[in-house]
Design a protein around this ligand. Sequence first.
Ligand code: AMP
Length: 379
Amino acid sequence: MALLTTPSPAPESNANTNFLRPNSSLFNSESDEELLSVKSKSRSPRSSTSENLQMLSLRDHYEINGDLGKGTYGKVVQAVCKETGTKIALKILPKSSTKLRDFQREFNISYYLSPHANIVDTYNVAFETRASYVFALEYAPLGDLFDSIPPQIGMSEQDTKTVIRQLASALEFMHSKKLVHRDIKPENILVMAPDFSRVKLMDFGMSRRDGAMVRKTNGSIPYTPPEVCEAVRNESIQVTTGADVWALGVLLFCMLTGNFPWENADIGDIYFKEFILWQRRKTTKVPSQWRRFTPRILKFFRKTLEIKPHRRSSVKELAKYANDPWLLQATEIGNVESDSGTEAEQVDHLSIMLRDHGIETRVDKRLRDRRISEWLLTL
Ligand code: AMP
């Protein structure tokens, strides 16, 4: 069974591998510090928009208190606005790998969707430094949902329901505006309250209009729908709200189990193949990792994780299942028709055997990223 580790796009899909360097700072280029025209110093970043970007020095206006997240796209830092004392998050996208158009799209979509209670607040603050494009977001001190999902255990059914309802509401709002998020995963959900009573969707860097044609540029992760998995790099694919519905189904599985249902929604993946055989009613035997769920939520999974995007249900479907039990009691699980000895279970047994012999088969995402970075530095 796939373990819940943070997936990242395949390294070859990085536009600029420099951003994988562990110690590369977007601020350490002298350019940001040098860039101080008297005019821009005296202006407040609060008045700028994505169409009218002011050239500013970050450090003149903000005290930077460290990274909140870092990736191939750039980084998010925690900052305090020197003028108002407000704690905020700044998303910093290097010009070397970000087109102005892409920056404007992300900022505009984030800002436009901000009024929804379950979408991160984006402030009307966007500016450029010599090296980067920057915009400001509300700061979430509790971080993202990834760290709240205990690996191989999952979250409680109650907490999962609390989170997933809010997320479905945010997606319903987006979809009603004919926008598709396209990157639903725990790392893109901010936790605003320890009891999960407020979570917020963020990161609209991949968001596009429903129906738009885009090129496949990133590798696949477990949340990627099959129609995107099967496309080759640079192939044109159509953006559909079904991509978010699929990812919501995968996310729900991850939250309730602490595992991914598969590595890739590709028929070459044994866990995916088993699911699809059951999903298409080729067998009545529920695949082993799905046997803990009630028939009701299995019905939801069947409709959400439908291979054909046009047959997939909408996010509104979740509301029909919100008040049903989702997880079986331990005593009920044995009664679900079992299919012992499947290929997937044999892999599970093999993993346990290897672990017993001191061979670790889990993938620690952070460790893997560091190793890739170190390897790139040696090239
Ligand atoms: P992003 O590239 O926007 O997905 O952000 C990368 C990571 O930075 C996220 O997974 C979060 O852990 C963290 N992060 C982003 N925005 C915020 C924020 N507004 N407040 C706190 N953490 C954030």
